[in-house]
Design a protein. Structure first.
Length: 151
């Protein structure tokens, strides 16, 4: 999400963690059309097309809809699935989960713990130490690089 778009979204905050209960009508006005479809309707971007699927910068990934911290770059790993993949979240409660039986598959959907936006899915084929693969849509993420000197 670019900074111009954030100015239309009064719910975006990297500091606030209070859960948001906002209607899709309100979100539609605050989010880009692509982010709205993924975050509010569970759409999926095409594999190998998102800006973060093979990105290697050091920093933090946030929810593009509300600014909630989700993942650190040191939990990201190279996956052949075509979407950014992580083995753990930045903190407990940063995401929530629900059963997803769409398209004849049994999966675990990953949602932002603050705004409930669809982020992607969780699989049990990730690397140690967790064995988890958080397979996320790039459009649902926003990356902030670490400041110089921060580990």
């Amino acid at each position: 999400m670019n900074s111009d778009r954030k100015s239309f979204n009064p719910y975006y905050s990297r500091l606030e963690t209070t859960k948001l209960e906002i209607s899709d009508d309100v979100w539609k006005k605050a989010l880009s059309p692509e982010l709205f479809e993924v975050s509010r309707h569970g759409a999926t971007e095409a594999a190998f097309t998102g800006r973060y699927w093979d990105y290697e910068g050091n920093g933090t990934y946030y929810c593009a809809a509300c600014g909630n911290a989700l993942f650190r770059s040191d939990a990201k790993f190279a996956s052949t699935c075509g979407w950014p993949s992580f083995f753990e979240t930045v903190r407990p409660g940063s995401v929530t989960y629900r059963k997803d039986n769409s398209f004849g598959m049994e999966r675990t959907e990953v949602l932002c713990g603050r705004c409930g936006s669809h982020l992607g899915h969780l699989f049990d084929d990730g690397p140690p130490p967790t064995g988890k693969r958080y397979c996320m849509n790039s459009v649902s993420l926003e990356f902030e690089p670490d400041k110089a000197g921060k580990n």
